[in-house]
Design a binder for this molecule. Sequence first.
Ligand SMILES: Cc1ncc(COP(=O)(O)O)c(C=O)c1O
Length: 359
Amino acid sequence: MEPYSPGKPIAEVKRELGLERVIKLASNENPLGPSPKAVAALKKAAEEAHIYPDGAAHDFRAAASAKFGVPYDQVLVGNGSDELIHLLGLVFLEGPEDEIIVGHPSFVRYDASAHLAGSRLVQVPLTPDYRHDLPAMLAAVTPSTRLLFIANPNNPTGTLVTKSEVDSLLENLPEGVTVVLDEAYFEFAADQPDYPNSVDYINSGCNVVGLRTLSKTYGLAGIRLGYGFAPPAIADAINRAREPFNVNSLAQVAGVAALEDDEHVRRTVENNRRGLEALAGVFEKLGAKPCPSFANFVFADLGRPARPVFQALLERGIIVRPGDVLGAPTCLRVSVGTEEEISLFVEAIEEVMKEPVSA
Ligand SMILES: Cc1ncc(COP(=O)(O)O)c(C=O)c1O
């Protein structure tokens, strides 16, 4: 199993390259920072850090239940949605007899859930326009398939599948397969007319798990709080498998406050819309092919090895994500930053792409 390769930390790049200013557009974080309401709640809650957290995460789950309209017992919480992916693997996969189906490239933590259980990983290539190929994923299902993961929008491509595509997948899927709709970037895409919301499927009794996170629009990636929705039996199994205090007390109070902070989400989505346009614009100008993105990053095919471009940007103090670690060696993934960060990126990539191709 390959170790997870995270975006390079700012401090490490400063140290290694002797740079004073380094910006990170590599981990799809919120460039506007955390929800201010969450920060205020965190400061207050720090005074009670000597008390164990509420193991049921009652207040956060009740707030999520009310806000999204899913029964309380069907709301899941995890130490980031990463943990919920891990727990799904623990609960569903027993060994080599089981398999999961994922798109490729897609979010790499799904792969780990299969590897850790010694189960089979079936990767189905995305369509030529970098979308999940749901008919091909359906065709890959066998009696051993337990989970089928769809990141929607997908990471690293930012692309969407539509409601009619998911409807048709679910209509044709054998009973024993659970579909995981990973909606980590939900708030960026929710206004798309044909966006398939996991809540609607779960409330109508489909065998679907929805995953969401406070790490993106709410700006709380460092606090680690993911949540999700599942049919009652799956929610019950995950609840038994998780550690008793898997969500710490600071994350719980920050999460409650953040869910009330619609204004922060609105500002984030608005900044993101402008950022996506600017990033797609510069890639097009340079002859690269950006995917239409419905998340907070742009994935672009440079038509040449992206690793040297990544390295040249790094030397200019800009950290992005090279596609080779994501299974697409000619592509770069760049997260939306602040207006200033995007201007710095645009300036740097225009300079770097003028340089001759090196191997
Ligand atoms: C598609 C997808 N799912 C899940 C996650 C994990 O998010 P977290 O563990 O911070 O909630 C990410 C993070 O980038 C992601 O892109």
